[in-house]
Write a protein that binds this ligand. Sequence first.
Ligand SMILES: Cc1cc2nc3c(=O)[nH]c(=O)nc-3n(C[C@H](O)[C@H](O)[C@H](O)COP(=O)(O)OP(=O)(O)OC[C@H]3O[C@@H](n4cnc5c(N)ncnc54)[C@H](O)[C@@H]3O)c2cc1C
Ligand SMILES: *[C@@H]1O[C@H](CO)[C@@H](O)[C@H](O)[C@H]1NC(C)=O
Ligand SMILES: *[C@@H]1O[C@H](CO)[C@@H](O)[C@H](O)[C@H]1NC(C)=O
Ligand SMILES: *[C@@H]1O[C@H](CO)[C@@H](O)[C@H](O)[C@H]1NC(C)=O
Ligand SMILES: *[C@@H]1O[C@H](CO)[C@@H](O)[C@H](O)[C@H]1NC(C)=O
Ligand SMILES: *[C@@H]1O[C@H](CO)[C@@H](O)[C@H](O)[C@H]1NC(C)=O
Ligand SMILES: *[C@@H]1O[C@H](CO)[C@@H](O)[C@H](O)[C@H]1NC(C)=O
Ligand SMILES: *[C@@H]1O[C@H](CO)[C@@H](O)[C@H](O)[C@H]1NC(C)=O
Ligand SMILES: *[C@@H]1O[C@H](CO)[C@@H](O)[C@H](O)[C@H]1NC(C)=O
Ligand SMILES: *[C@@H]1O[C@H](CO)[C@@H](O)[C@H](O)[C@H]1NC(C)=O
Length: 644
Amino acid sequence: MMFNFLLWHAFALVPLPVQAWHSNCKCDPAETCWPSVSQWSAFNHSLGGKLIADVPPALPCYPGPAFDAELCAALDKELTDQTFVSNNPIALSYPTESCPPVNATTTKSPCTIGYEQNSSCSSINETASQAVGTCSIGDQPVYTINATEIADVAAGINLARQKNIRLVVRNTGHDILRRSTGYGSLQIWIRYLRRGIIFQQRYEPTGHCSRSGWTGSSFTIGGGYTWEDVYPLAAANNVVVVGGGTPSVGCLGGWMQGGGHSPSTHDFGLGADQVLEAQVVLATGKIVTANACQNQDIFFAIRGGGPSSYGVVVETVIKAHPTNSVAAQVFGFAPLTPKDMPAFMDAVSIVHQAYPNLSDSGFSGYGSWSLYSPTPLVGNYNTGFRHTIANFGETVAQAEALFAPTAAKLHKYNGTSLYMETKYLSFPNYDTYYHALSDVVIPVGQSAALGSRFLDRQALTADPTALNTMLETIAGTPEQATSNNIVFVGGGQVFADASDPYSGVNPAWRQTYVHNIVARGWAPGSSNATIQAVYDDVTYNKTQAMKTLAPDTGCYMNEADRFDPDYLQDFYGKNLGRLEEVKRRYDPDGVFYCPTCVGSEEYTVQASGQICRNGHGRGASGNREGGGWGSGHGGPPSKRYFAR
Ligand SMILES: Cc1cc2nc3c(=O)[nH]c(=O)nc-3n(C[C@H](O)[C@H](O)[C@H](O)COP(=O)(O)OP(=O)(O)OC[C@H]3O[C@@H](n4cnc5c(N)ncnc54)[C@H](O)[C@@H]3O)c2cc1C
Ligand SMILES: *[C@@H]1O[C@H](CO)[C@@H](O)[C@H](O)[C@H]1NC(C)=O
Ligand SMILES: *[C@@H]1O[C@H](CO)[C@@H](O)[C@H](O)[C@H]1NC(C)=O
Ligand SMILES: *[C@@H]1O[C@H](CO)[C@@H](O)[C@H](O)[C@H]1NC(C)=O
Ligand SMILES: *[C@@H]1O[C@H](CO)[C@@H](O)[C@H](O)[C@H]1NC(C)=O
Ligand SMILES: *[C@@H]1O[C@H](CO)[C@@H](O)[C@H](O)[C@H]1NC(C)=O
Ligand SMILES: *[C@@H]1O[C@H](CO)[C@@H](O)[C@H](O)[C@H]1NC(C)=O
Ligand SMILES: *[C@@H]1O[C@H](CO)[C@@H](O)[C@H](O)[C@H]1NC(C)=O
Ligand SMILES: *[C@@H]1O[C@H](CO)[C@@H](O)[C@H](O)[C@H]1NC(C)=O
Ligand SMILES: *[C@@H]1O[C@H](CO)[C@@H](O)[C@H](O)[C@H]1NC(C)=O
């Protein structure tokens, strides 16, 4: 052991002529460049034993020494639980669809993915009492550093850089675009990097940097915490922090670095815009403070310019705002009979047209609608629309008065063609509102195809006929069970923060009232062709309809279509050029890589899963990594790719 340890260090400390001998591809675990078992072991030793050899969560379901019927049976439930998924090094909230559906008669090929319900690496109970085939790591990280110190993060970055190994950064595994996983990689897991959460009644900037102008309260988030760790502390101090609608989301990872919306965003700004300063470990392994006075480029890029691209954020200091009373409205409607669908769609349109004015009068919140939801949406109706919107600092009477013009437009449908229900509630502070009406704990672990678009005032109000055409398309047919999720959190402070010179978020946020997500799933055991058709429908019919209505906006990168043919423009907008400059300057060798992230377009995913820099090496026969069934429409994002 000691010998290996020394060998490792002797090896690692030699300055490596990176460009001279590194392949243009990241080192594949099957290649000789991949560290030997004893080298990994030595690395583990240098980390004090924090290196994990990753194991697919569903392994107990498969034949072999790890088979355990009880553990396997428990997995079906566990893999839908956000906390279980977050506590496992490689389980994902949105698993891949790369594994073909299980067919006990024909499945002989090894499973390639950690798990997928009802696929060949799923935890289902086959009649033989265990699954068929074998289960291997597939396109997930091979090793994980369970980091508890900043030095562990730096050690992982240094190793990945020196050995040309693909690096993955993970906190919760909540990512929807597969940015927190990757084939043949070493993963840095920051969930247990927990150096404390500190409340400051009055923010004291590091290095006396007063350029943020912030003189209010602040929280220091010292690592991989999730919002459930911070919310009770904020409530206890009578302040509001802008955090995820779901409390299991990470505070300083993909949520913040990709933008970050919250029920309090309209009033206090996006998650990225809360950051007053950060500690970041760069691709060189160096730890820096980034704020408005030093490392401003990094400060700009991590504040909304995309995750895991410029460095690993290990600490942030964020704004904390005085709490306020809240008046909330819970509103829903549903067609009384199937022939009332036109009235239903009219009402959906009226509410969409009203959103910009409602936002300007202080409302914000979340809604959803579906032509067929597996569970009732409104009353006993499976077809319906509902939203919960709130107005901070207003009374119920004021909120009711502000909604009155919209209620008047909807009045004629009430009881004649639509079932309608409206409830107003008042809360003494933000925390009680959040826990009563937000705080959603949704099951995870199911695959879905989704796309999204920013809708501005122009899109929502300028041409009602065009709006209705778009709404008809995204409604889908009842059999499609399409779900539309209205994220009505723009306007207000999101617009005001346009003046922030260090905001890396897509500038299209500054004109967005509604971020609309359209999503479709598929029945268990669906054929490849069926799944393919769902993806195509979401990309080329539904998301495209929103693009046609709002051609100049973009979309929210964290909740977006990973097969979007225009993802660079749509995700990063007018900041793309500046972000690419930061990427080139701070990570010229591509130590950080994630699909759809800035700089990822320079890489091509091979059939094996290995990534290679374009224009060199093994050619460009692969495509941008998606891991699902892309379409056959040509062009990189839509090409079919299956993980090994
Ligand atoms: C249940 C659920 C609820 C959600 N609710 C909301 C919501 O209310 N509002 C909203 O805006 N979005 C929401 N999202 C979307 C969410 O913003 C993204 O999934 C986001 O990527 C999650 O970030 P994470 O760090 O928790 O996840 P992870 O999967 O751990 O990481 C996501 C990305 O961030 C990178 N990353 C993680 N940590 C770091 C770090 N320290 N430094 C650098 N890069 C890092 C990863 O490499 C990856 O690219 C939700 C998602 C889920 C699954
Ligand atoms: C790292 O060391 C710890 C403690 O000795 C051990 O439990 C773990 O299995 C090791 N990891 C690897 C990948 O060998
Ligand atoms: C789906 O496609 C994959 C990859 O081509 C193939 O291995 C698998 O057999 C297909 N499954 C079905 C059900 O067609
Ligand atoms: C499984 O494969 C066999 C042989 O190809 C086929 O007859 C059977 O219908 C398949 N079962 C399912 C559920 O697809
Ligand atoms: C798996 O497939 C079976 C049979 O089609 C179905 O009954 C079950 O609900 C599916 N499980 C999940 C988790 O999708
Ligand atoms: C799995 O299948 C076996 C054999 O049919 C059965 O005895 C067992 O109860 C099943 N387990 C679960 C969790 O369904
Ligand atoms: C990661 O490290 C933390 C802190 O030491 C520990 O509690 C946790 O169990 C570890 N997780 C795994 C999967 O090893
Ligand atoms: C929004 O408000 C403006 C100004 O009061 C008004 O002219 C317009 O009709 C309103 N739009 C909608 C859709 O209510
Ligand atoms: C709809 O009608 C019901 C019953 O008359 C009434 O209680 C409710 O307030 C009305 N809702 C709206 C939004 O008009
Ligand atoms: C788009 O929708 C039309 C009409 O519903 C359908 O025929 C077509 O197949 C869809 N296209 C895709 C790519 O799914």
